[in-house]
Every structure is written in structure tokens, then in C-alpha cells.
Design a protein around this ligand. Structure first.
Ligand code: NAD
Length: 255
């Protein structure tokens, strides 16, 4: 068994990020999380006394630098970075998306991951190993009309991941992306509700239409994403890098 893991999870106060952070913490890892929502962070840290965390927006480079300085001072060099944060961005025709909405989506979803990666790479090089897992989306395969900033940001995340796998492979740092499908969580409920409101359908109809184009006709549980993260971070995945791995039931198409 490998040495104790020092794990950093972005957006770790809720939903998928929280499930991932708790999974590592229960397995004996030191876990530091960050989240933009102070109330959620406080709740999660209260429920998990062994974990540490800091309020921060990953889209702000200076905050990210501060958070990692704090985390590294406590636990030493990070061995596993889970770049989980990704915002949905605006829904609408491209010509109606404001430049501010575009910038914010690219900034949080893409630059945020880069800001975090550049903080952990020096330590991983020192350790002679490391694992970086970036969250993309199954929608990079289907494309998704009316969600241009989101899909563009996530395609770029995949490019960043693949390039990092080449650049960092010689240092035994592995970098992969996970592409979730329709996650069974609050955010997906909001996305379904917005879609229903803008297309005049009911939420049940929208959900049924989504599921009709997922081969397994199933939503993804956050625990199933934590399973894949845990595998990628383990020695069992020692030779897995530069992969874009969907955990989606095979999303064939989206409308
Ligand atoms: N929900 C889905 O169905 C779905 C589908 C495909 C891909 N994904 C991707 O999976 C990942 C996890 O999705 P989720 O549904 O759990 O997300 P979510 O919207 O529930 O957010 C997770 C956490 O991130 C935090 N957060 C948001 N913006 C932040 C910021 N700028 N800085 C720091 N923390 C921030 C939130 O407060 C929240 O606690 C994301 O990258 C998302 O794009 C989600």
C-alpha cells in the first residue's frame, strides 16, 4: 500500500466534491477542501472534524495561492488534486450571452483548474509522483446548443488535461479527466427545471428526454464518481494517464 495521501478537492463542501472529500478522509487521507460558499464549507467541516478547508473562489488566482499555501503548510505537498469545480454558466443563444458571463464561465471552469494545478505541480515533482483529476462533462461529446460557454470551457479542460499528461508524465504525475453524465443532484434538477421553463415542457418530460439518449437510461450517483476518482488516485491506476473517462451511462445525445 502506498504512503498516506494528501488530497485537495475544489468545491468540496457540497455535492460530488463533498462525497469525494469524505471518501478520501474516511480512507485515512489528509483532506483539504475549498469552496466559494462559506455556509456549506462550515457545515461540511463541522460534519467531518478530520478535514480542513478554506473559503475561496477558484477563479481568483490570488485566493488560490493563499489556499494552497495554507493546505501545504498543514499537510505537506499535495499528492492528489481533484479539480471538481465547474459552473453551469448561462443558458441562451450565443449572441445573447454577455461577455461577462462568458468570461466568468471560462475563468472558473478553465482558469480555476490551471490556477490549482500550478500550485501542486512543484510539490508533486519534489515527491516524484502525483495525481491530477479534472472534471469535464459528457456534453463535450454530444455538444450542447445554448450552453456554449460551458461546453467550450470543458473542451478546453480536456485539452489542458491531455497536455498536462504529456508534460508531467516524465515526472510520474498522472493527469486524467472524468466526464460525468446526468448526475442525480440538486444542480441537475435546476438544469432540468431551466430547460423545462425555456422549452414549455414539464421537468418530467425533460428528464425523460435526457434519459432516452443515455444508453443505460440511468443517472449517475455522486458515489459512482467518487469510485472512479478513488480508482484513478490509487496504485491500481498507476499506468493510467492522459485519459478522458466518461462515467455517464453513455450519453449519446442531448437536447
Ligand atoms: N451536475 C451534473 O449533472 C454534471 C454533469 C456533467 C458534469 N458535471 C461536472 O461535475 C462537477 C461537479 O458538479 P456538481 O453538480 O457537483 O457541481 P455543483 O454546482 O453542485 O457545485 C459543487 C461545489 O462547487 C462549489 N463552487 C462553485 N463555484 C465555485 C468556485 N468558483 N470556487 C470554489 N467553489 C465553487 C459550490 O459551492 C459547490 O459546493 C463540475 O465540474 C460539473 O461541471 C456536472
Amino acid at each position: 500500500m502506498s504512503a498516506r495521501q494528501n488530497v485537495f478537492v475544489t468545491g468540496g463542501a457540497d455535492s460530488v466534491g463533498r462525497v469525494i472529500a469524505e471518501r478520501f478522509s474516511r480512507a485515512g487521507a489528509r483532506v483539504h477542501i475549498c469552496d466559494v460558499r462559506a455556509d456549506a464549507l462550515e457545515r461540511t467541516l463541522r460534519d467531518n472534524p478530520g478535514m480542513r478547508g478554506t473559503v475561496a473562489n477558484v477563479g481568483d488566482a490570488a485566493s488560490v495561492e493563499r489556499v494552497f499555501a495554507e493546505a501545504i503548510e498543514w499537510m505537506g505537498d499535495v499528492s492528489v488534486l481533484v479539480n471538481n469545480v465547474g459552473i453551469a454558466g448561462p443558458r441562451g443563444p450565443m449572441e445573447e450571452v454577455s461577455c461577462e458571463e462568458w468570461d466568468e464561465t471560462i475563468n472558473v471552469n478553465l482558469s480555476g483548474m490551471f490556477y490549482c494545478m500550478r500550485q501542486v505541480i512543484p510539490g508533486m515533482k519534489r515527491r516524484g509522483s502525483g495525481v491530477i483529476i479534472n472534471f469535464s462533462t459528457g456534453s463535450t461529446r454530444t455538444r450542447l446548443p445554448l450552453r456554449a460557454p460551458y461546453v467550450a470551457s470543458k473542451v478546453a479542460v480536456e485539452g489542458l488535461t491531455l497536455n498536462a499528461a504529456r508534460e508531467l508524465g516524465p515526472f510520474n504525475i498522472r493527469c486524467n479527466a472524468i466526464l460525468p453524465g446526468m448526475i442525480n443532484n440538486e444542480r441537475m434538477k435546476r438544469i432540468v427545471a431551466n430547460n423545462a421553463a425555456s422549452t414549455g415542457r414539464t421537468a418530467d418530460e425533460v428528464e425523460r428526454d435526457y434519459l432516452n439518449y443515455i444508453s443505460l437510461r440511468a443517472k449517475i450517483e455522486p458515489e459512482e464518481l467518487a469510485d472512479m476518482v478513488q480508482f484513478l488516485a490509487s496504485d491500481k491506476a498507476a499506468k493510467v494517464t492522459g485519459e478522458l473517462i466518461a462515467v455517464s451511462g453513455n450519453v449519446e445525445w442531448e437536447i
